[in-house]
Design a protein. Structure first.
Length: 234
């Protein structure tokens, strides 16, 4: 039986259908979840997708973090369920205190869209196990509020405990401290990142590679990693 991975739709979500497709391509069943519900429908893992939940009013992710379904997501994450937050989903995870720090307006004050090189810093999480430590990958990036910040004590802790999941390579597109592009929690079941792996899962639609235009598939390993992690639990 295929694992069931839920994708939460908030008002303003843009990439929920893309995440669902990535999940199906990875061999799992995609389950649509609604922000106003308290029912996770028995899923085995959860994706919080990109977009502009609640129009980014107050702060990006701040209102979504207290939506009804997040009560269930937080409980499930604390119990060990794999949870992936992509872009706005990363902002939601930070606002819900499932990951440390905060995300602010890009340093240059402009929305940015680019194919971004990343270094895999932690390949031992539920969402990164099919990568190699130190591997360079290319994942599309699109955000206006992607600058990662944290106080000095928090930065020292996440660096010392290996909680940086991904780091920007080549260029820091948004002024994130320590070039941090993504984080994991201590348990390794919760991962958040600003780039969009769901946009690099299908030939003809991903980033350019030296082999061919639009052929980059690095994002697929996020979802196949989760499928493998869930299969190992059975």
């Amino acid at each position: 039986m295929s694992p069931r991975i839920g994708v939460v739709t908030f008002p303003g979500s843009l990439d929920d259908r893309d995440a669902q497709r990535a999940i199906r391509l990875a061999g799992a069943e995609a389950v649509a979840l609604w922000h106003a519900d308290h029912d996770l429908q028995g899923v085995d893992a959860i994706v919080l997708p990109g977009g502009f939940s609640y129009g980014d009013y107050l702060r990006p992710g701040a209102i979504a973090a207290v939506s009804p379904i997040m009560t269930e997501v937080v409980s499930a994450a604390n119990a060990g369920m794999p949870v992936l937050g992509i872009c706005n989903g990363f902002q939601v995870l930070v606002e819900a205190h499932l990951l440390p720090g905060g995300l602010i307006r890009n340093a240059h004050q402009q929305f940015i869209r680019r194919d971004q090189k990343l270094i895999v810093e932690n390949a031992s999480t539920a969402w990164t196990s099919e990568f190699e430590q130190g591997e360079e990958i290319t994942i599309p990036l699109k955000n206006g509020d992607g600058g990662y910040i944290a106080d000095a004590e928090t930065l020292q802790r996440i660096e010392g405990e290996g909680l940086v999941a991904f780091r920007y390579a080549g260029v820091n597109p948004n002024g994130s401290l320590n070039d941090i592009a993504g984080l994991t929690n201590e348990r390794g079941n919760v991962v958040g990142l600003m780039p969009h792996p769901e946009h690099a899962v299908e030939a003809g639609f991903g980033p350019d590679t030296p082999e061919a235009m639009r052929s980059g598939l690095d994002g697929a390993k996020f979802f196949t990693s989760a499928v493998q992690a869930l299969a190992a639990r059975v």
